[in-house]
Design a protein around this ligand. Structure first.
Ligand code: HAM
Length: 418
């Protein structure tokens, strides 16, 4: 690349500019407040993990097999940028001794995830999730609780038209027999499936059910449904979750083809979509129970359930729905020195900062030009400062909306701005 070319952002990542961040903060505040309202505590885990931890999430998972950012550090360790948070949160739960406290541990995390996916709208290589995990509880009430938390978060963010899809994918006890049943159904159709599904038929037959390719769709209709083949415990769990959601007044749709992209799920799986959309690509939030994950990571077997929602998708939908954010000015007050008055202007700004956000226009331009930019920036007040004002320790305070202007001693500025 010639030296003169400006260097642009990496493909598939995006900057969050100040204007976008207003909406982003609404979604983030709604996330943190909703999580706390349900008794979830914040946790922060590193962005880098041992690649092996992530690989154990599932070898046949796209997020791991094709999309993982793997690298070797200078010490020769095989590391990865986390593609999701659950594996790391479960690791931290044990390493940090949260398994020794009252159970379940209710945790939430907000942070960036990384997947080397094909970039498109709503799909980025660095994206942010709200991740919610309840670890150390096996009861169906916890499944319903995290679903309710997810729905409530999105509602708090201003999204009302939602569709919740729900399914159960059984456990180690009942799933193997179901997978054989599924293979027996699909084997005679193998030649008519697209190549990925032909491979899935042998290595991960459950994923046949969420294939999005047109040519495979007709076969799903008559495919066996896992909810018809659950063991007694899984069947009881499945009906308890639905009963709890009914009691909470949360509407859902049973989607027998919902199986999720990560391998660690057991029993409940769910996805939340904007109403009117279809396909996994548009899921705003998704999750489920993962009773086998802790053991897969090498820890004592421990049940857990959770979900994650993507901030990019949520804020894009908020913006599309006309969710209006009145853009706040960067500073309420702008100090406009007329001439070389840097020290005095900084003094005045420091005094005003006791009550308001304040910026100084230090640019070497005329007072008229400074007034124009103050207007453009949306400042509520300007504090005009001439050399004569400065020598008398006064300033001209102007309220932009009314145009009212008066001379105010510096010491009285906080009272006038409060
Ligand atoms: P996931 O379905 O892979 O699940 O991702 C959860 C959410 O993250 C999606 O519904 C979507 O909103 C967002 N998302 C995923 N990939 C991208 C992307 N490339 N660009 C933008 N947004 C994206 C998990 O990550 C599980 N860890 C959820 C979970 C927590 N299950 C149990 N606990």
């Amino acid at each position: 690349m010639p030296r003169s070319e400006p260097i642009k952002a990496v493909r598939g990542v995006r900057d969050l500019l100040p204007a976008e961040l207003a909406l982003w903060r609404v979604a983030e505040t709604a996330a943190a407040e909703t999580a706390r309202k349900f008794g979830y505590e914040e946790i922060v885990t590193p962005i880098i993990e041992h690649a092996e931890l992530i690989e154990r999430v599932g070898e046949d998972t796209d997020a791991v097999a094709k999309e993982l950012y793997r690298f070797e550090d200078r010490g020769g360790r095989r590391l990865a940028l986390r593609p999701e948070a659950t594996a790391g949160v479960v690791r931290a739960y044990f390493e940090g001794g949260l398994n020794q406290r009252a159970q379940p541990a209710r945790l939430y995390l907000i942070g960036p995830m990384f997947r080397y996916d094909r970039p498109q709208k709503g799909r980025y290589r660095q994206f942010y999730q709200l991740d919610v995990e309840a670890i150390g509880g096996a009861g169906a009430a916890l499944d319903a609780e995290v679903v309710e938390l997810g729905v409530e978060w999105l509602r708090e963010a201003g999204l009302r038209e939602l569709r919740l899809e729900l399914n159960s994918i059984g456990d180690d006890k009942c799933r193997p027999a179901f997978l054989e049943r599924l293979q027996a159904y699909y084997r005679p159709l193998k030649a008519q499936l697209h190549p990925d599904c032909q491979r899935r038929l042998e290595v991960n037959p459950l994923r046949l059910l969420d294939c999005k390719v047109e040519q495979c769709q007709p076969f799903k209709v008559d495919a066996p449904r896992i909810t018809d083949h659950l063991c007694d415990e899984c069947a009881a769990h499945w009906s308890a979750v639905r009963r709890l959601l009914d009691a909470a007044g949360i509407e859902y749709l049973h989607n027998p083809h919902l199986v999720r992209g990560l391998d660690y799920y057991t029993r409940t799986v769910f996805e939340i979509y904007p109403e009117g959309s279809s396909g996994q690509q548009d899921a705003l939030a998704s999750g489920g129970r993962y009773d086998g994950l802790a053991a897969a990571e090498g820890w004592p077997s421990t049940p857990g359930v959770g979900f994650a929602g993507g901030f990019e998708r949520v804020t894009e939908l908020m913006a599309a729905g006309g969710e209006e954010i009145i853009a706040r000015p960067a500073a309420d007050v702008l100090v406009l020195p007329d001439g070389d008055l840097d020290v005095a202007a900084a003094d005045v700004a420091r005094i005003c900062r006791a009550v308001r956000s304040v910026a100084v226009d230090y640019e070497p331009k005329s007072l008229r030009a400074k007034m124009r930019s103050a207007d453009k920036a949306g400042a509520r007040w300007v504090v005009l400062l001439t050399p004569d004002d400065a020598s008398r320790r006064v300033a001209q305070l102007k309220e932009m909306a009314s145009g009212e202007q008066s001379e105010v001693p510096w010491a009285d500025l906080p009272a006038r701005l409060a």
